[in-house]
Design a protein around this ligand. Structure first.
Ligand SMILES: C[S@@+](CC[C@H](N)C(=O)[O-])C[C@H]1O[C@@H](n2cnc3c(N)ncnc32)[C@H](O)[C@@H]1O
Length: 282
């Protein structure tokens, strides 16, 4: 059986039969709803069909199993398509996200974002590698780091120091493992940086974090605090048109057609646009 999942405003993931399209409500046991695997995990306004979760978040997962994580044997050291300079331990190409969990996905756990290179991160990593002066010699914070792909690109491009931040504790070993695979130093911070005062850094990089209104609202407030604390800070974000980045607050720097996993995104490529946040309005 497949279950719809969605994220609450507080960032928790939970089964949500209400997010299913008509005809796919609660199961007979009143617990798991059955839904088609058709909307992708993060969704996008561009492609979400009518009736999809307005927050663009549902995905179909296979419940059950023991530890709720992608077992390491299912991870393969892979040259990232479009960013082959970087190799990451990623969930196997032949499996979709939920197959890759080996049936071990648990209700109280977020999806293993760190087991995939998301379109936004791929685009931003490409940009940083092709424009190393954006980070060279500077202190960089990668927000919502996942696998650490953007942090690793920044370190490779010559950043003076790189911190990768993510709320998911399992991202920490994943980022360490990936940094080692690329022979670059990346410090990892687990927690919710958006709750804190803006960190003292020169550059903030954000790959594919504009995927839900609650996260985006908090993220934008954090970024404005960061600009208030350091008016010369550079903030770059890459988003594959998931629908929640407000373009008039940003300047477009580049756009890439990046290959993506159909099992995750319902398409084989997406346009990842790299944006720079404009200075704070006075
Ligand atoms: C779609 S993934 C992108 C991962 C990576 N940047 C990439 O592009 O491959 C979004 C990431 O944001 C993280 N995240 C969500 N809310 C967060 C928050 N408040 N602070 C830090 N990370 C967060 C998730 O755990 C997840 O790893």
């Amino acid at each position: 059986m497949e279950t719809w999942w969605r994220q609450t405003a507080l960032g928790d993931w939970h089964a949500d039969a209400g997010a299913c399209p008509p005809g796919h409500g609660l199961g007979a046991d009143g617990k798991a709803g059955r839904c088609p695997q058709s909307y992708g995990l993060l969704g996008s306004r561009r492609s979400s069909p009518k009736g999809a979760d307005p927050e663009g978040l549902p995905g179909a997962l296979r419940p059950g199993g023991d530890n709720g994580r992608v077992p390491e044997p299912l991870l393969t050291l892979t040259a990232v398509p479009f960013v082959p300079e970087i190799r990451l331990w990623l969930a196997d190409e032949t499996t979709g996200l939920w197959d890759a969990t080996g049936g071990g996905y648990r209700t109280d756990q977020p999806p293993p974002f760190w087991a995939f290179a998301w379109a936004g991160g791929v685009g931003l990593a490409r940009f940083v590698l092709d424009h190393p002066t954006a980070v060279r010699g500077l202190r960089v914070l990668d927000l919502g780091a996942g696998s650490g792909i953007v942090a690793i690109a920044a370190a490779r491009a010559g950043a003076a120091a790189v911190v990768a931040a993510d709320t998911d504790p399992d991202a920490e070993p994943a980022i360490h493992r990936n940094a080692v695979a690329n022979d670059v130093p990346v410090a990892v911070r687990v927690g919710d940086p958006l709750l804190d005062d803006a960190v003292d850094t020169d550059v903030i990089l954000i790959g594919d974090m504009f995927y839900s209104p609650p996260i985006v609202n908090r993220l934008m407030r954090y970024l404005r605090r960061a600009q208030a604390a350091n008016p010369s800070i550079r903030i770059l974000a890459s988003d594959p048109n998931r629908g929640y980045l407000t373009p008039d607050r940003f300047e477009e720097l580049a756009a890439y057609q990046v290959p993506v996993r159909p099992a995750l995104e319902e398409t084989s490529s997406m346009t990842a646009t790299v944006w720079q946040l404009r200075p704070r309005p006075h």
